[in-house]
Design a protein around this ligand. Structure first.
Ligand code: NDP
Length: 337
């Protein structure tokens, strides 16, 4: 069958398109402009006409995806702004929420009989409570960031605006699905990944222009953190971008995934863990805090990934594997060494 991937030129989406093509699916990708299609055509040239690219200039427009959804058997909606520079919260919330409902509405109206599954890329940002880190599961929702943004508007931190956009977009996806599931021929799966790291397939002409998660990795590990104290005290959870791409393929194809919200995470880290692991491979990155003892640190923020293991049967790459491939990628791009 053919899979529609929205925001096909993004960091995660490029790897998803590659995984789908490699596994024999045809792909229709949406991008915002013809210029953004060029790089995909080049990278995926070996797959010939298995990849079709269509322009959706404004995903917030009513009916934006009416044509794009026709004839596909599955949809992966990944397009959503991920940055922390927004002034107005709506700069993030409107495209996140309306982009999501727009895809689902078009699918309900114009998705053909072949359409069986829609996967939406949400985030652990829609799960966690940033002020009270603990072990979270699919039962948890980040209402705290929504409340923070409602209370403070433009003055809320950029990261809270992003997290609110992901929470509200995922809420909107489930609400639409609950209202319409009796009358549509497809079901919904939502994936909630934490920080995504790994080599870069999408078009980036300078490290400063990396997508948010990889920019943070590059700045912290390759360029070196300004503040060693933050390296040992701050962290999160992560997944390799290629494992996340495979998780999407399974979310689109595994019958039992239907109707499920699924957290996928390879585990927690402190930033110094990345630095220390990188230093076992090369000494050409700053050492950070060499007194750090990974066994003595505690990871308050963590996720229950038993559903992903049960339903998607996912295995995760190690930090070392991801690091090797990121460094090789940065070297090939002339960004490191
Ligand atoms: P990228 O910034 O690389 O990709 C974002 C994609 O969304 C691009 O195709 C971009 O198109 C599109 N997009 C952004 N804003 C708009 C808009 N206003 N209208 C239409 N399209 C838009 O980021 P990622 O690949 O990292 O993110 C992909 C998805 O994964 C997002 O939903 C993100 O929230 C989610 N995610 C990412 C994580 C990470 O650590 N990277 C962690 C958890 C979830 P364009 O290039 O034209 O701007």
């Amino acid at each position: 069958g053919k899979v529609l991937v929205t925001g096909a030129n993004g960091y995660i989406a490029m790897w998803l398109v590659q995984s789908l093509l490699e596994q024999g699916f045809a792909v229709r990708g949406t991008v915002r402009s013809e210029q953004k299609a060029e790089h995909l055509r080049k990278v995926f040239a070996p797959f010939g006409d298995k990849l079709e690219l269509v322009i959706v200039e404004d995903i917030t427009k009513e009916g934006a995806f009416d044509d794009a959804v026709q004839g596909v058997s599955a949809i992966a909606h990944t397009a959503s702004p991920f940055h922390t520079r927004a002034d107005e919260p709506d700069e993030l919330i409107v495209p996140a929420v309306q982009g999501t409902t727009s895809v689902l509405r078009s699918a309900a109206r114009f998705g053909g009989p072949a359409l069986k599954r829609i996967a939406v890329t949400s985030s652990c940002a829609a799960v966690l409570d940033p002020g009270a880190p603990r072990l979270f599961s699919e039962a948890d929702w980040n209402e705290a960031s929504v409340a923070e943004v409602r209370a403070h508007g433009r003055a809320a931190p950029g990261i809270a605006k992003y997290r609110a956009s992901k929470t509200l977009a995922e809420r909107a996806a489930w609400a639409f699905y609950e209202e319409n599931k009796a009358s549509v021929g497809w079901d919904l799966v939502v994936l909630n990944p934490p920080f995504v790291f790994g080599p870069v397939l999408h078009l980036v002409d300078a490290p400063e222009k990396l997508n948010s998660s990889m920019l943070e990795w590059f700045d912290t590990v390759v360029k070196g953190a300004k503040d060693n104290a933050a390296l040992v005290s701050q962290g999160s959870c992560w997944i390799d971008v290629r494992d996340l791409a495979e998780a999407h393929v399974r979310a689109l194809t595994v019958p039992e995934a239907g109707g499920e919200r699924i957290i996928i995470s390879a585990g927690p880290f402190k930033w110094q863990d990345w630095v220390t692991a990188t230093r076992t491979i090369t000494t050409d990155v700053p050492a950070g805090d060499t007194s750090y003892d990974p066994k003595a640190t505690s990871h308050a923020l963590n996720y229950d990934t038993s559903k992903a293991a049960r339903v998607l049967k996912l295995e995760y790459r190690s930090m070392e594997d991801s690091i090797r491939d990121m460094l090789a990628d940065f070297k090939a791009k002339g960004w490191w060494k």
